[in-house]
Design a protein around this ligand. Structure first.
Ligand SMILES: [Zn+2]
Length: 324
């Protein structure tokens, strides 16, 4: 009997695949390193192996699987199932859906990883019962997924939801995309670490100089949070500046989409009050009162499972919408 779904969370360092029942409950999972440095074929073999392993574990065959959802870094084309460019995978123009369909005989739906995560949170996590929400993950970059009336808003070229490249300050720091002052160049974990390193390099009086033991590469969000907790003013200022920009970016989104809920995930949000307090002040300051007052702000609930549960939600697709 068909009625089961596969979710594949394809990341730069690991592949996590799970098989779920028709309620989306995970029955078996398998994790393997991506091994992107060993080339495309190796990554494909690793994906196939995770699928083989989870099906074997629960005694299912391809005939039992309705669909497979794949969450992958992009840019990509969801309709054609092609990953255009995934630097972390070393991939360019890989027709991943067709390749996996040919190998497994299971139909595949490809989705951008941040969009998949948004769907995971909507159907299985913090956003259950919410029809209009924005999911944002703040880690080395800033990614997002916009859900309108229970569905991902893709845009014409699958480019919607690239919230990390919303320009906040045209005179701001250079972003990986080539623009200046993008949201993620100002408020991501990478931006926070960079400010810590710059403060030490400029010889500012900060605990970070001692904490990093002479190795600037050790300065990351965790270390800057520790310095801030010890009362270090430079570190406190870095968090309040990042929180300010985070709130400003969120306010832009809230003013455009007027969502019911903002779901926040990613390593940077683990800094807790250090980032939440200045973020909330700035979000309140820049957003329309009515939108802010009705807005629910929640931490992402699925943790390390966000990607794979999102991929399962992608696979389940219309079945979820029908059930509401
Ligand atoms: Zn950018």
């Amino acid at each position: 009997m068909a009625g089961y779904f596969l979710g594949v969370d394809l990341g730069g360092t690991k592949i996590l695949t799970a098989v779920a029942d028709e309620q989306g409950k995970i029955l078996a999972r398998k994790k393997l390193p991506t091994e992107a440095n060993r080339g495309n074929d190796r990554v494909i073999e690793n994906i196939i192996e995770t699928i083989r392993s989870v099906l074997a574990e629960v005694g299912l065959k391809k005939e039992n699987i309705v669909r497979m959802g794949v969450g992958s870094p992009g840019p990509l084309n969801t309709k054609e199932g092609i990953i255009y460019l995934a630097p972390n995978l070393g991939w360019e123009n890989v027709p991943i859906s067709r390749i996996l369909e040919d190998r497994t005989g299971i139909s595949v739906i490809l989705e951008n990883d941040a969009n998949a995560a948004a769907l995971g949170e909507k159907w299985f996590g913090a956003g259950q019962g919410i029809d209009n929400l924005i999911y944002i993950t703040v880690s080395t970059g800033i990614g997002g997924g916009i859900i309108i009336d229970r569905k991902i808003y893709h845009g014409v070229n699958d480019g919607a939801g690239e919230v990390g490249h919303m320009v906040i300050d045209p005179d701001g720091p250079l972003c990986g995309c080539g623009n200046h002052g993008c949201f993620e160049a100002l408020a991501s974990g990478t931006a926070i670490s960079r400010r810590g390193r710059e403060a030490v390099e400029r010889g500012e009086k900060t605990l970070l100089t001692d904490l990093c033991e002479g190795d600037l590469n050790k300065i990351d969000g965790g270390l800057i949070a520790r310095a801030a907790q010890l009362g270090d003013q430079v570190a406190l200022d870095i968090w309040s500046e990042a929180g300010y920009y985070l709130g400003l970016g969120f306010a832009n989104l809230v003013n455009i989409f007027d969502p019911e809920m903002l779901i926040l995930g990613g390593g940077v949000m683990k800094a807790g009050e250090l980032i939440m307090e200045p973020m909330l002040a700035s979000l309140k300051n820049y957003s329309f009162k009515s939108a802010f007052n009705s807005l629910k702000i929640r931490q992402a609930a699925l943790g390390d499972d966000t990607g794979v549960k999102g991929a399962i939600a992608v696979a389940m697709g219309d079945r979820l919408y029908r059930e509401g």
